[in-house]
Design a protein around this ligand. Sequence first.
Ligand code: ZN
Length: 239
Amino acid sequence: MADTPFFETKETFPGSLADQRDAPQDVPSKDSSEKEPSRSEWASEKKQETCEVDLPRIERAVREILFAVGEDPDREGLRETPQRVARMYAELFRGLREDPRVHLQKFFSEKYDEIVLVRNISFHSLCEHHLLPFMGHTHIGYIPDGRVIGLSKLARVVESVAHRPQVQERMTEQIADLLVQELRVKGVAVVVEAIHTCMTIRGVRKPGSVCVTSAMKGIFRTNPSSRSEVMTLIYGERR
Ligand code: ZN
């Protein structure tokens, strides 16, 4: 562990694979109350219906920012900027009005029990500290336990989790935890590589720096050779 450059947090959610390791996996559980703790981090159905973005409020705020920096929001080039920015935020934060778990409800029964890996899922998000974009690629590997998910659904989960104010470390964990909680897997590996514009265009200004985070669950966490296999699949010759 000490010699790998990859970040990993020690936290696990309640209900994560680490906690369920000893539970009988093959028995279809009729009682889903245990699997479904109230996780307020995802928009509830009610919230999704009612939570509309308050565009006029954003417009007013953007106009204020323009005043505050010494601009004239009424000059021709800026006149429609507040509306444009409002629509932009509604788009970039659309994940707030969606529960990413909706993408993980359809499965296919398959005997396949080797690594499934989707590499280079591109994404962009906004860092919650500066509201500046960070963008890059996500690699998702998992080992199925009797059923697989459509590959495009993994990309949809990344989109949903990325389209909200985020930090890369949390985003990485959230994607891994969602797959553990919804998919019934033997292991999940998520690696995110991103460039943060809050580091490249402001502050320390280090263009070219790349932040890499990883979350390993189940067998990828406990078995070094499985972890090494998935990392080789992700990085190939680059490693
Ligand atoms: Zn930032």
